[in-house]
Write a protein of this length. Sequence first.
Length: 142
Amino acid sequence: MSDLNRIVLVGRLTADPMLKYTPAGTAVASFSLAVSKTYSQNGERKEQTSFFNCIAWAKLGETIAGYCKKGHRIGIEGQLQQRRWEDQDGNKKSTVEIVISGMQFLQGKQEGQQSEQSQPQQEPAMPDWEDDNPFSDEKIPF
Protein backbone atom coordinates (compact mmCIF):
# COMPACT_ATOMS: atom_id res chain seq x y z
CA MET A 1 0.00 0.00 0.00
CA SER A 2 1.25 3.47 -0.89
CA ASP A 3 1.52 6.34 1.57
CA LEU A 4 -0.59 9.45 1.15
CA ASN A 5 0.73 13.00 1.45
CA ARG A 6 -1.93 15.52 0.29
CA ILE A 7 -2.99 18.84 1.75
CA VAL A 8 -5.68 21.32 0.70
CA LEU A 9 -5.87 24.76 2.32
CA VAL A 10 -7.76 28.01 1.82
CA GLY A 11 -6.25 31.13 3.32
CA ARG A 12 -4.76 34.56 2.80
CA LEU A 13 -1.20 35.52 1.87
CA THR A 14 0.63 37.19 4.75
CA ALA A 15 2.98 39.08 2.39
CA ASP A 16 3.69 39.43 -1.31
CA PRO A 17 5.26 36.23 -2.66
CA MET A 18 9.05 36.23 -3.16
CA LEU A 19 10.05 35.03 -6.61
CA LYS A 20 13.59 33.76 -7.19
CA TYR A 21 15.28 31.69 -9.87
CA THR A 22 17.62 28.74 -9.45
CA PRO A 23 21.00 28.83 -11.25
CA ALA A 24 19.40 26.63 -13.92
CA GLY A 25 16.69 29.29 -14.47
CA THR A 26 13.76 27.54 -12.76
CA ALA A 27 11.37 29.88 -10.97
CA VAL A 28 10.49 29.29 -7.32
CA ALA A 29 8.00 31.41 -5.36
CA SER A 30 7.77 31.31 -1.58
CA PHE A 31 5.12 32.80 0.67
CA SER A 32 3.24 32.25 3.90
CA LEU A 33 -0.46 31.40 4.03
CA ALA A 34 -2.62 32.34 7.04
CA VAL A 35 -5.49 29.91 7.66
CA SER A 36 -8.07 30.82 10.30
CA LYS A 37 -10.75 28.85 12.05
CA THR A 38 -13.44 30.06 14.42
CA TYR A 39 -14.83 28.19 17.39
CA SER A 40 -16.87 28.80 20.51
CA GLN A 41 -15.53 28.45 24.02
CA ASN A 42 -17.76 29.13 27.00
CA GLY A 43 -20.25 30.89 24.72
CA GLU A 44 -17.57 33.23 23.36
CA ARG A 45 -16.59 33.20 19.71
CA LYS A 46 -12.82 32.85 19.21
CA GLU A 47 -10.51 32.67 16.23
CA GLN A 48 -7.29 30.71 15.82
CA THR A 49 -4.90 31.38 12.95
CA SER A 50 -2.16 29.07 11.71
CA PHE A 51 0.63 30.11 9.34
CA PHE A 52 2.05 27.76 6.70
CA ASN A 53 5.17 28.25 4.59
CA CYS A 54 4.55 27.42 0.93
CA ILE A 55 6.66 27.08 -2.19
CA ALA A 56 5.63 26.82 -5.83
CA TRP A 57 7.95 25.89 -8.68
CA ALA A 58 8.23 26.86 -12.36
CA LYS A 59 5.21 28.44 -14.13
CA LEU A 60 2.95 27.97 -11.09
CA GLY A 61 5.42 29.95 -8.98
CA GLU A 62 5.57 32.72 -11.57
CA THR A 63 1.78 32.85 -11.76
CA ILE A 64 1.37 33.12 -8.00
CA ALA A 65 4.07 35.81 -7.75
CA GLY A 66 2.57 37.73 -10.66
CA TYR A 67 -1.07 37.74 -9.59
CA CYS A 68 -1.21 37.27 -5.81
CA LYS A 69 -0.43 39.95 -3.27
CA LYS A 70 -0.56 40.31 0.50
CA GLY A 71 -4.09 39.66 1.76
CA HIS A 72 -5.31 37.82 -1.35
CA ARG A 73 -7.38 34.72 -0.65
CA ILE A 74 -6.32 31.57 -2.51
CA GLY A 75 -6.88 27.84 -2.34
CA ILE A 76 -3.88 25.56 -2.65
CA GLU A 77 -3.28 21.87 -3.08
CA GLY A 78 0.04 20.17 -2.54
CA GLN A 79 2.09 18.00 -0.25
CA LEU A 80 4.11 18.44 2.91
CA GLN A 81 7.88 18.33 2.57
CA GLN A 82 10.52 18.37 5.29
CA ARG A 83 13.90 19.95 4.57
CA ARG A 84 17.00 19.54 6.75
CA TRP A 85 20.29 21.41 6.61
CA GLU A 86 23.17 22.69 8.70
CA ASP A 87 23.64 26.42 9.22
CA GLN A 88 27.02 28.20 9.08
CA ASP A 89 27.70 27.37 12.73
CA GLY A 90 27.07 23.64 12.19
CA ASN A 91 23.65 23.64 13.91
CA LYS A 92 21.13 21.22 12.43
CA LYS A 93 17.97 22.91 11.15
CA SER A 94 14.68 21.54 9.88
CA THR A 95 11.47 22.95 8.42
CA VAL A 96 8.20 21.61 7.04
CA GLU A 97 6.64 23.42 4.10
CA ILE A 98 3.90 22.88 1.56
CA VAL A 99 5.04 22.23 -2.00
CA ILE A 100 2.15 23.45 -4.13
CA SER A 101 0.95 21.42 -7.10
CA GLY A 102 -2.20 23.44 -7.83
CA MET A 103 -3.94 26.63 -6.82
CA GLN A 104 -7.19 28.49 -7.26
CA PHE A 105 -7.74 32.25 -7.15
CA LEU A 106 -10.60 32.90 -4.74
CA GLN A 107 -10.94 36.60 -5.45
CA GLY A 108 -10.61 38.55 -8.63
CA LYS A 109 -7.96 41.18 -9.24
CA GLN A 110 -10.60 43.92 -9.10
CA GLU A 111 -12.02 42.54 -5.84
CA GLY A 112 -8.59 42.68 -4.21
CA GLN A 113 -8.08 46.28 -5.33
CA GLN A 114 -11.48 47.29 -3.99
CA SER A 115 -10.86 45.71 -0.59
CA GLU A 116 -7.53 47.56 -0.35
CA GLN A 117 -9.30 50.82 -1.13
CA SER A 118 -12.27 50.02 1.15
CA GLN A 119 -14.81 50.53 -1.62
CA PRO A 120 -18.16 48.76 -1.35
CA GLN A 121 -18.84 46.05 -3.90
CA GLN A 122 -21.91 46.12 -6.08
CA GLU A 123 -23.67 42.86 -6.70
CA PRO A 124 -24.17 41.99 -10.38
CA ALA A 125 -27.68 42.38 -11.71
CA MET A 126 -29.58 39.12 -11.99
CA PRO A 127 -30.73 38.25 -15.53
CA ASP A 128 -34.41 38.24 -16.31
CA TRP A 129 -34.85 34.54 -17.14
CA GLU A 130 -38.43 34.91 -18.31
CA ASP A 131 -37.39 37.10 -21.26
CA ASP A 132 -34.05 35.46 -22.08
CA ASN A 133 -34.79 31.79 -21.38
CA PRO A 134 -33.91 29.84 -24.57
CA PHE A 135 -35.78 26.77 -23.30
CA SER A 136 -39.48 26.26 -23.13
CA ASP A 137 -41.56 23.35 -21.94
CA GLU A 138 -42.32 22.42 -25.57
CA LYS A 139 -38.60 22.00 -26.39
CA ILE A 140 -37.81 19.60 -23.53
CA PRO A 141 -37.82 16.03 -24.91
CA PHE A 142 -39.24 14.32 -21.80
